[in-house]
Design a protein around this ligand. Structure first.
Ligand SMILES: [Fe+2]
Length: 163
């Protein structure tokens, strides 16, 4: 029998966010590499874990589409930001990326809700994930601004934030 699938508007939105989640993954790989080069070992571990969870976010969208019978036209990804002037710059770029992705999911929610409450439910979960990430990086920036002037090697910052 012919099975039901997702409306085009839902597929289009999810394909775009799949690409963004992969860009986020590579951003965090680059962040981890920056931390490794600079000897910020705990921060490196944190960003490697972030890269893995971004890949999980990506994979979950792939599964959702596949489970609904969508033949995925895998999207090209945008080149991630991969260079950082210092640690605070890295955190600021992480914050901005997470905030932009929050806004994208919010726009998707508005577009999709008229046609597919099922996809809307998935997007709502991703909005919650983005909300937590934005808050996490906002809090890190606040702490970094407090510690960095006297803590160039990030010893206090890493102890407070990553332990
Ligand atoms: Fe993500």
């Amino acid at each position: 029998m012919k099975l039901n699938t997702l409306p085009k508007v839902a597929v289009t939105a999810l394909l775009a966010r799949m690409a963004d989640e992969q860009t986020a993954r590579y951003f965090y790989e680059a962040a981890a590499a920056y931390c490794r080069v600079n000897g910020y070992d705990k921060a490196e571990k944190h960003f490697l874990a972030e890269a893995k969870s971004e890949n999980d976010h990506y994979a979950r969208i792939v599964s959702f589409l596949s489970d609904w019978g969508v033949i995925i036209d895998f999207p090209a990804i945008k080149a991630p930001v991969t260079s950082f002037t210092d640690f605070l710059d890295l955190l600021s770029k992480a914050y901005q990326m997470e905030f932009d992705l929050l806004e994208s999911y919010e726009e998707d929610a508005l577009t999709v809700m008229q046609e597919c409450m099922n996809t809307f439910g998935l997007i709502q979960e991703y909005i919650n994930i983005q909300n937590e990430s934005v808050i996490e990086y906002a809090n890190m920036i606040t702490k970094a601004e407090k510690y960095l002037p006297t803590d160039k090697n990030l010893v206090l910052f890493e102890a407070e934030v990553f332990e």
